[in-house]
Design a protein around this ligand. Sequence first.
Ligand code: XIL
Length: 510
Amino acid sequence: MSSVTRCRHSRSGGLPALLVGAMTLALALAGGPATAAQPGTLHELATAKGRYFGSATDNSELADAAYAATLGSEFGQITPGNSMKWDTTEPVQGQFDFAKGDVITDFAARHDQTVRGHTLVWHSQLPNWVSALPATQVEAAMTRHITEEASHYRGAVTAWDVVNEPFNEDGTFRSSPFYDALGTGYIATALRAAHAADPDAKLYLNDYNIEGLGAKSDAMYALVRDLLDEGVPLDGVGMQAHLAVQYGFPYQMQANMKRFADLGLDVAVTELDVRMQLPADAAKAATQSTYYRQVVEACLAVERCVGVTIWDYTDKYSWVPSTFPGQGAANLYDENLLPKAAYAAVRTALGGEDGGGDGEPGTLTAQYRNNDRSVGDNQVKPGLQLVNSGTTPVSLSDVTLRYWFTSGNGASTYHTWCDWSPIGCSTVTHRVVAMGTPKAGADHYLEVGFGSGSLAPGATTGEIQLRLNKTDWSAFDESDDYSHGTGTSYADAPKVAVYVGGEQVWGLAP
Ligand code: XIL
């Protein structure tokens, strides 16, 4: 059974019933799907493109009902993050324990999802008894482990990461109890054992930093070509894709995927996340959205790329903060399980017409009131508030507002202040940014952001009373300022713009 060909359109996924109903009505009124907004989950969008869209998960997380609901509705494939690893499944030689993995395959069966088995042979999360084996006993232990586990999950797991992370960064083989005892041949032995145990499962080799062209992916390429030449059962290459905004996007990812596909192999993105140095900010979030989008685009451009799995869907359960101290915010949903700008970017890349997440244009509205009676004094005092006019909650950490003004003569350095806000000034960030290219009524803007929090549909932040001055306290002329208005009560302000993950979603920039 292939997840790619299964039809899952019957489900309405994570969309509230009312919204689906409204969309159906809109569809009917518009006379056909061509002009209507496209509903659907990430997996449904991917399925329409002949791919799956999946997430890693873990047993403890399934107790979180809100988490499990989205896991079960938005994704068509899941990968156990830990529960099929050797230290869990055979902690003592010959004593097999598949209880945790079974919870994952049961969840998948109940939610019409496929499961990627992860992983049979890996140097990490390996019980000590394996490392302590004499070299002469390693092959038998490895074969037995693979045989027991792949047989147990026959029919429940559609693809296996048979060998995980076989390479060092320079493309040499990584030392492990398996390589050290058996040489490179351990990989063919492992694949043959897995095939014998489950002839229907797709068998993969999986590694990180093989997403782009380079020494490590060259080594993987040479290995899989040799294995295919020898007739070893191998169906695909898994690219983990643990990316980071500070390290750049993998070099020529699409071309790299294509060379594996041209060997007749499937390619899967198996563990995608895009981490960043904390704290997150709008620029990093924008880069993150771009990377997520580019990975999805690369997969869609290569026919043999069968799907994308993210390494859990929410920052709440990400492996990143504990593994890379100081880094995080790597996932599509924030810690409150709200979709981030990257989620909207993925939807767009998958051909979705409605962003659905907080990147959807038009769901955020800026409102403005003039708190300053004098246009010629030494302070500018805009009152701003943000309204969620959409139907989905919005995570505030990706959102910024811009108020444009002219600085006039005097200092070009500023002090900015939040004087009062019902959401608390401590969660409001503010600074003045000089424009590279001044426009009429605008050579600087006040940028307002939020450290955390979320806005429910229909909710507002309430007013944020802002104030700025030049460090030399020289006067402004606000009368011609682009965003300046004279209204003294809050009203929609198209000349104040709203950005999500660096992308403008409300207002007109000068
Ligand atoms: C990670 C899990 O997510 C963590 O919970 C665990 O503590 C360590 O392993 N590459 C892999 C995955 O192939 O198995 C790793 O998963 C992440 C990196």
